[in-house]
Design a protein around this ligand. Structure first.
Ligand code: FNR
Length: 380
């Protein structure tokens, strides 16, 4: 399935007298809320603290209006991007989202099938509920997101496995060396990892299994507790990054950068790219909106460095604004998780199709024929 131009997508809906799928982020979220129990819904929808950063992420997009350019001649458009060898038919990838088995049984398999079908790449989470080898077997265009566990042997194994399974880059998430204070989950008394969700990479690791008295399939709680205790790693520093280079020759991006000085330091340390992100407001509440941080980071690293962005991307206009302000591509987070909740693989494909259509029409009507033509002058 190739991604159709926006007018083709909308005409198909009009000619059918509508669509079974929700249209628009709020509608997807509302339908997901109906499909899920309260605790898993809150786990996905919620954030850290008072959820100020979550709101700030959205508000930063509202604060920066587009300045569409007329009469450019946009009959032909090309939405595709290529970042460090990874191609996408639209300027977004699927963000790493863990524990998807709390949303739907087919979890990462549904994401991988949607990714293969649409050509929009995925970044598989370290905290996923499907072994990275099983996702790779479905052969989606893919990168791997690394949580650098506190346990060095298990961290190294994870990187080597991802490399061997054909993931094209390592996205090291640096903002989640431990989980933040998350009031919704605390109120619900809900930590999905305790039920074994999101721990498939541990459970597929031979060294980890060798430490257990009985395997996770027989005795889940002790295995889950052992994995959880291996997770936090607040001791990690810039000096450790050299070790990652010994484990793999894949490109490495740092995800969770919010400051110009950290961005420069990452590049000075030989990293291949940066993902400006505040984890969708799930980690440091009260922190800067990701879109504002993107402007600061792009300004600091210059035009050539690889900079991706996520946190708060909801609409076609949001994608266009983020790219115009310096992102080489953006990552889609909660929106595709709601697609999974509502309709599995097909739900994710519908979210992707709708978003790409909206990006296409926004570019067409704003005077951009290609992603490279999205520049800061398009945003006030
Ligand atoms: C995440 N995110 C995330 N990031 C990461 O690097 N590894 C992970 O395992 C997860 N897990 C995860 C679970 C859930 C339920 C959510 C909602 C998010 C963060 C994700 O990659 C991305 O940064 C955010 O989703 C972006 O924010 P929005 O746009 O979804 O609000």
């Amino acid at each position: 399935m190739a991604l159709d131009p926006g007018n083709v997508v909308q005409n198909a809906i009009y000619l059918s007298g509508g669509t079974e799928w929700p249209i628009g982020y709020e509608a997807w979220e509302a339908r997901a809320r109906e499909s899920l129990d309260r605790a898993p819904f809150d786990y996905v929808a919620g954030g850290a603290g008072a959820e100020e950063t979550m709101r700030a992420n959205l508000e930063a997009f509202r604060r920066r209006p587009l300045r569409p350019r007329m009469l450019v001649g946009t009959a032909e458009r090309d939405l595709s991007v290529e970042v460090l060898g990874l191609r996408s038919p639209a300027p977004f990838f699927l963000a790493p989202v863990g524990v998807l088995s709390i949303v739907r049984d087919d979890a990462e398999r549904a994401v991988a099938r949607a990714s293969t079908a649409t050509g929009v790449p995925l970044i598989l989470s370290s905290a996923s509920s499907t072994a990275l080898e099983d996702v790779a077997a479905l052969d989606p265009p893919r990168w791997f997101q690394l949580y650098w566990w506190g346990d060095p042997e298990l961290a190294e194994n994870l990187v080597r496995r991802a490399d061997a399974a054909g993931y094209g880059a390592i996205v090291l998430t640096v903002d989640t060396l431990t989980l933040a204070w998350r009031p919704r989950d605390l109120r619900n008394g809900y930590l999905p990892f305790l039920n074994g969700a999101g721990l498939a990479q541990f459970f597929a690791d031979e060294a980890f299994r060798g430490r257990l008295e009985s395997p996770p399939e027989e005795s889940l709680l002790p295995a889950s507790l052992m994995a959880l205790s291996a997770f936090p790693n607040l001791a990690l520093t810039w000096d450790d990054l050299a070790r990652l280079r010994e484990w793999t020759s894949l490109p490495v991006l740092l995800k969770g950068i919010l400051r110009a000085d950290d961005a420069r330091r990452a590049l000075d340390a030989g990293m291949d790219g940066i993902v400006v992100s505040n984890h969708g407001g799930r980690q440091v509440d009260g922190s800067i909106a990701a879109l504002d941080a993107l402007v600061e980071v792009r300004d600091a690293v210059g035009p050539d460095a690889v900079v991706l962005m996520d946190s708060g991307v909801r609409t076609g206009a949001d994608v266009v604004k983020a790219v115009a302000l310096g992102a080489d591509a953006v990552l889609l987070g909660r929106p595709y998780v709601y697609g999974l909740a509502v309709g599995g693989q097909e739900g994710i494909e519908a979210v992707i199709t709708q978003l790409a259509a909206e990006v296409d029409l926004t570019m067409a009507l704003s005077g951009a024929r290609a992603v490279a033509e999205l520049d800061p002058s398009l945003v006030a």
